[in-house]
Ligand binder design. Structure first.
Ligand SMILES: [Zn+2]
Ligand SMILES: [Zn+2]
Ligand SMILES: [Zn+2]
Length: 136
């Protein structure tokens, strides 16, 4: 489902439609991941941080965005591709640049190891180094 279609679906569910649209717009315009601190800063004139958290949580549950931990345990969010409600198919690693702090989703397949007597639900792999721009 495209993001613009999802927008319509959400209008009925979340009452604060303007806030929802504002958060959604950020992810429509940006392919790069966004940290929660940055999102709160971007949206501070339009809504409080509780609302930002609530919308992000909702979007994550509905397969619009996924979250992961970056450097220093900071939470990052990025657009999903091909996920739906309660079923995320994007088990990919993430990359964080140690110089400019840019975070990217890496479209690499990673094999989740089978662990005896354990059920693995998710994975959170963060690779760090210098991004393309910082290397040159
Ligand atoms: Zn996803
Ligand atoms: Zn960089
Ligand atoms: Zn990602």
């Amino acid at each position: 489902m495209r993001l613009s279609c999802i927008k319509l679906v959400f209008m009925g569910i979340i009452r604060k439609t303007k806030s929802v649209a504002a958060v959604l717009q950020i992810f429509e315009e940006q392919e790069d991941a966004q940290s929660v601190v940055h999102l709160i800063e971007l949206l501070k004139d339009e809504m409080n941080r509780t609302t930002v958290y609530r919308i992000l949580d909702r979007f994550e549950k509905d397969g619009i965005i996924h979250s992961f931990n970056g450097k220093d345990g900071l939470r990052w969010y990025a657009k999903c591709h091909g996920c739906d409600s309660n079923h995320h198919v994007d088990a990919h690693p993430h990359f964080q640049c140690t110089e400019c702090d840019k975070v990217e989703c890496l479209s690499l397949e990673i094999e989740i190891p089978q662990v005896k007597n354990h059920k693995i639900d998710s994975t959170d792999i963060l690779l760090m180094g210098q991004c393309e721009a910082c290397r040159h």
